[in-house]
Design a protein. Structure first.
Length: 255
């Protein structure tokens, strides 16, 4: 990345940034390509993503194990066996309850650290591209809002989409494999319901919504209603808000 400033002679000079080095890449065409580029620019980005995914999977696995062990403990305690038969399950409930919170806290730390680093890299890339255009310094409110929103959206992509999806897949696979040792039919139902809730229903929702391409919302979808067309009989041939339509303007007087 290069920082540009104006010297004493009034000419535009550039020098390399001392803090971050951005890899030279081609145009970003897909979200997957964007994530790959940002992970490559962040130091140990791929390892942080793997670590965050594993911690999230461990937290989900601890939650599943906590429900299973606690259910067995309650049902077994209803038979009033000797207390020694319940001590292992009681320790397991405490262990999984504590480890779930620890794993979730660690996953939040690692995941948000990675997401914020990627957000910083994306922001520098965006400003570096804009610095080579004539848009910087002009009144481009829509462009500024769009760039800011798109840069901040990478935080939600990592923390709320990528890491939870990968961790849920690992947790479902592990739970299905463990349950298959006791009941293959129950394992098949679990896997089928997970695929239905995580893959089929979201895909059907996207298709029925009429936007399968995932295109970005336009201004009209955000509630900005367009101005109604001006009828020709009104004598106003130009849209409202054009300074040339103001009374006394030179162009207006020439008309």
């Amino acid at each position: 990345m290069t920082n540009r400033h104006t010297g004493d002679t009034g000419q535009l000079m550039s020098h390399p940034s001392p803090r971050v080095e951005l890899a030279e890449t081609g145009p970003v065409r897909t979200p997957r390509n964007l994530l790959r580029i940002l992970l490559a620019d962040v130091k140990h980005g791929r390892w942080l993503l793997v670590l965050s995914t594993l911690l999230a999977a461990c937290a989900s696995g601890a939650s599943v194990a906590l429900m299973g062990v606690s259910a067995w403990l309650l049902s077994r305690a209803a038979e009033m066996p000797p207390v020694l038969y319940l001590e292992a399950a009681a320790v397991g409930v405490r262990f999984f309850g504590i480890s779930r919170g620890v794993f979730r806290y660690a996953e939040r730390l690692v995941g948000h650290d990675l997401a914020l680093r990627m957000q910083g890299v994306l922001r520098m890339r965006s400003y570096d591209k804009l610095s080579g255009t004539t848009l910087v310094g002009r009144r481009r409110g829509d462009l500024l809002v769009r760039v800011t929103a798109d840069v901040e959206a990478i935080l939600d992509v990592v923390v709320r989409v990528l890491v939870p999806a990968c961790a849920a897949s690992l947790a479902i696979i592990g739970t299905t494999a463990l349950l298959a040792r006791f009941s293959p039919v129950s394992a098949a139902w679990l896997l089928g319901s997970a695929l239905l809730a995580g893959v089929v229903i979201p895909w059907l929702t996207q298709v029925l919504a009429g936007d399968p391409s995932g295109a970005a919302p336009t201004r009209q979808t955000w509630g900005a209603s367009p101005s109604p067309p001006v009828p020709p009989s009104s004598g106003q041939g130009k849209p409202t808000g054009d300074p040339r339509n103001e009374p006394g303007h030179p162009e207006e007087s020439r008309l």
